[in-house]
Design a protein around this ligand. Structure first.
Ligand SMILES: [Zn+2]
Length: 294
């Protein structure tokens, strides 16, 4: 019983997250903002946001400002990272619901993390997509028809682009996930409330989580001398289910089932997109052919 109660308390703390107590009405003496002249109570000016503790600049301010420029960023970033790995779905729900100041903005965070990821990749010299490119090259040697060679070359270019543009490719794959996600969770209580933009932000947070996992796993794989891409795929599938479980407050089993629906719909979407691109390329080629003939 005791253990169950502890688990309950843990789950509850996950749901609530870090709690900031609200300020009491009229807390502190009235003060005149030195920036905009507004009379106010509390720690910050409601008009411009300047702190009430604004006094003459002294030498120690230089040190303090330098330190806070690091710790402010750090504090928010570390807080977001911690929540991404303890209560990701609840955190996303909080962020969407309006608890924004606590967290690092997800799209900015994605670009920031992707930059670090690419740098880390360069330092460690782990070419995560090298295996796929080598496979494509091998097939290109065997393949004789010009069309197949062209297709393989396109595939190779796409893999190289994804590798070089981590943040943009994460955002693009999020765009592909949007409609399947919205459709698969359309009948759930939370799913009904979220619009596509909110889904996009949720996915950006998940993208950040995956980049952090990759940044931890990649050096470990390098040390052990093993290919980590399969392990990473398994972990990211598991984190999706974990996030769905908290974000939509559904049972694990229902999240797994809906996760499979999302994956299938995304595949369908890719097939349709490739087909459409093929049709457009075909039409362009036909028009060119007619132009050349005349
Ligand atoms: Zn002010």
């Amino acid at each position: 019983m005791n253990i169950l109660r502890r688990i309950d308390a843990l789950l509850d703390s996950q749901r609530q997250g870090h709690h900031i107590p609200p300020a009491m009405e009229g807390e502190g003496e009235q003060c005149t903002c030195l920036c905009c002249g507004t009379l106010f109570h509390g720690n910050y000016c409601p008009q411009c946001g300047q702190s009430r503790l604004t006094r003459r600049l002294v030498l120690s301010d230089i040190v303090a400002h330098m330190a806070s420029s690091l710790t402010n960023l750090d504090g928010q970033l570390m807080h977001t990272i911690r929540d991404l790995f303890t209560r990701p779905g609840y955190m996303i729900w909080d962020f969407i619901g309006g608890r924004r100041a606590e967290y690092f903005k997800p799209v900015q965070m994605l670009f920031f993390l992707a930059t670090i990821y690419v740098l880390l990749n360069m330092v460690l010299k782990v070419d995560t997509e090298a295996g796929i490119i080598a496979d494509i090259d091998k097939e290109m040697v065997d393949e004789k028809t010009a069309e197949a060679l062209q297709l393989l070359q396109w595939g190779r270019n796409i893999v190289e682009w994804v590798h070089a543009n981590k943040a943009l490719s994460a955002l693009l794959s999020n765009l592909l996930l949007l409609l399947p996600l919205k459709w698969a969770f359309r009948k759930t209580e939370h799913g009904r409330m979220l619009n596509l933009t909110e889904y996009f932000y949720a996915l950006a947070f998940i993208g950040c989580q995956h980049l952090i996992i990759a940044m931890v796993v990649m050096p470990a794989g390098k040390l052990l001398g093993t290919d980590t891409s399969n392990a990473l795929s398994v972990v990211s599938v598991m984190t999706y289910v974990w996030v769905y479980h908290q974000l939509f407050e559904l049972s694990w089993w229902r999240c797994v089932r809906r996760g499979i629906v999302v994956a299938l719909l995304m595949l369908l979407e890719i097939v349709v997109l490739v087909f459409l691109i093929g049709v457009i390329v075909g039409i362009v080629a036909a028009i060119k052919g007619v132009g050349d003939a005349s």
